[in-house]
Design a protein around this ligand. Structure first.
Ligand SMILES: [Zn+2]
Length: 255
């Protein structure tokens, strides 16, 4: 696991009793969160590659084949998925975070509800992608994405391709519900990057370890609606009706 010392501050702070079973990489026992977001270092340029078919989308090289397979599988069902954002450098994340704010520091807490502060974005790892559905009656990175066929399809099928939803509705991490934001954990290195998040704030749906192509060790049953840790704290939208209810009741709106 490659993390910059500045991004991974082992200071105590949170009761992240992260201890994922069978993980080769050590899991930090305590990390500093900023506005509920976990720290992430930046991927090396050598480890990044463009995703064919998604203009401007660069991701971790090892994730690209699964992205392509996912896009093809969706296309086969008549769903044209695109991406608004993939890898974002920490410098880029700073611009995204402060965009449109008159007082970036003063408004940081509210902005952080839906945009990670620089140094704390999963996008810096190269493993995260913000999907959108082309032609859908829903603007990009809006919660109505959960109602689109593409959003519904991802809830159903994305884990098959190593993707999991980082910030499900009602997540205990305290980050806004982002039905468009998925992270790829289809290889041990990727899974290690998100070990702390997975241990304390599980994705839902999560990509089961069995989906990793080269992972060693015993299989771990994927979390289900019944068995997910903290399951009662999650309101997972798997049907269009449920998503609509979540959407209507959500007070979380993007700025
Ligand atoms: Zn995102």
């Amino acid at each position: 696991m490659r993390m910059r010392p500045s991004a991974l501050i082992l200071l105590s702070l949170l009761p992240l009793t992260a201890h994922a079973a069978n993980d080769a990489a050590p899991v930090p026992v305590a990390v500093t969160r900023l506005f509920n977001h976990l720290p992430y270092g930046e991927a090396s340029p050598a480890d990044l590659a463009p995703v064919p078919g998604l203009a401007g989308c660069v991701m971790a090289r090892e994730a690209v084949p699964d992205v392509e397979r996912l896009l093809a599988a969706a296309q086969a069902e008549g769903i044209a998925l695109g991406a608004l954002s993939c890898f974002r450098s920490i410098a880029h994340q700073r611009r995204v975070f402060c965009a449109g704010l008159r007082d970036c520091d003063g408004e940081a807490a509210s902005r952080a509800r839906f945009v990670a502060p620089p140094g704390y974005s999963e996008h810096a790892t190269g493993y995260a992608i913000d999907f959108l559905q082309r032609g859908a009656n829903c603007r990009a990175v809006e919660q109505c994405f959960a109602l689109t066929p593409g959003g519904q399809w991802l809830m159903r099928r994305a884990p098959e391709f190593g993707f999991e939803l980082s910030f499900p509705a009602g997540n205990k991490q305290g980050v806004g519900w982002e039905p468009w934001h998925w992270r790829w954990v289809g290889a041990p290195a990727a899974r290690a990057r998100f070990a702390a998040a997975q241990a304390s704030f599980p994705a839902l749906p999560a990509a089961p370890r069995a989906q990793t192509k080269t992972a060693a060790g015993p299989e771990v049953r994927p979390p289900s609606l019944e068995t997910a840790p903290g399951g009662g704290d999650y309101a997972v939208s798997t049907s269009r009706g449920e998503a609509a209810i979540l959407l209507a009741s959500s007070a979380m709106r993007r700025p």
